[in-house]
Design a protein around this ligand. Structure first.
Ligand SMILES: C[S@@+](CC[C@H](N)C(=O)[O-])C[C@H]1O[C@@H](n2cnc3c(N)ncnc32)[C@H](O)[C@@H]1O
Length: 226
């Protein structure tokens, strides 16, 4: 797998196989994503596992957002744990969760003073309103659009009123899939995803986009739990 070229073999699964009756990532789809990230975890960690390997503008954006919150922040889909570590090192009460045990093991080894566990966006394993914030940085990119309300509802359940949500995602003019290096992912028009975030119980407070030559459109979205 060559993550740096962001080219991927097409999933052989059809849509009906990928969407579970209860929404979210179906068991089969989650298995596809989890297996693909597990197989590519070493490469992903080598490319993106430290905060000095990610865009400075994203570091500043995420840090400024998290430092404006008061209370625990869950880094959902934390991957190698670089964002959890950035936040923890800055004094934020942060924890990382990811469904891929290889990422969680690596994060614990790289950042032993931080907290990481295996977990899912669709089931965060925390009490209602327990969190000051959820960071989901490119963690919902593989979630089927018809299933996106499931993790968003879970974020809404777990974030207290006045708390924050920060999403990073690929944006485009149309809601459509593309072959990401790891597994099928989706471009979201900002308005469409913002509407789903609002419907889940948040008020979108800011969106910020960036497109660099040769890269996909990036969007960072901030929202406040009503
Ligand atoms: C593109 S990577 C982003 C990782 C990290 N947030 C970063 O910015 O480098 C997507 C991550 O989302 C995780 N992921 C995929 N589906 C998920 C789900 N349903 N719940 C939580 N995490 C998920 C993957 O395991 C992977 O670590």
């Amino acid at each position: 797998m060559d993550l740096s070229r962001a080219l991927a073999p097409r999933s052989r699964l059809g849509r009906a196989d990928r969407v579970g009756p209860g929404g979210g990532l179906s068991g089969m789809s989650l298995d596809v994503v989890r297996t693909a990230y597990a197989a590519g975890s070493a490469e992903y960690i080598a490319l993106f596992g430290r905060v000095d390997q990610v865009a400075e503008v994203d570091r500043d954006f995420i840090l400024a957002w998290a430092l404006g919150l008061q209370g625990p922040v869950l880094d959902v889909g934390c991957g190698p744990g670089q964002w959890t570590h950035l936040l923890s090192a800055a004094g934020v009460d942060a924890e990382g969760v990811d469904p891929v045990p290889e990422f969680v093991d690596s994060a614990r080894a790289s950042y032993p003073s931080d907290r990481y566990r295996v977990g899912l966006a669709e089931d965060l394993g925390v009490d209602d309103a327990a969190l000051a914030g959820v960071l989901a940085w490119y963690s919902l990119i593989h979630t089927e659009p018809e299933a996106i309300d499931v993790p968003l509802a879970e974020f809404s359940r777990c974030v207290r009123p006045g708390g924050g949500l920060a999403l990073g995602f690929f944006t485009g003019a149309r809601l459509e899939p593309f072959e990401h290096a790891v597994a099928t992912a989706y471009f979201w028009p900002i308005d469409l995803l913002a509407a789903r975030v609002e419907a889940a119980g948040f008020t979108v407070s800011r969106t910020s986009t960036r497109t660099e030559p040769g890269t996909r459109g990036h969007c960072a979205l901030l929202a406040i739990r009503r």
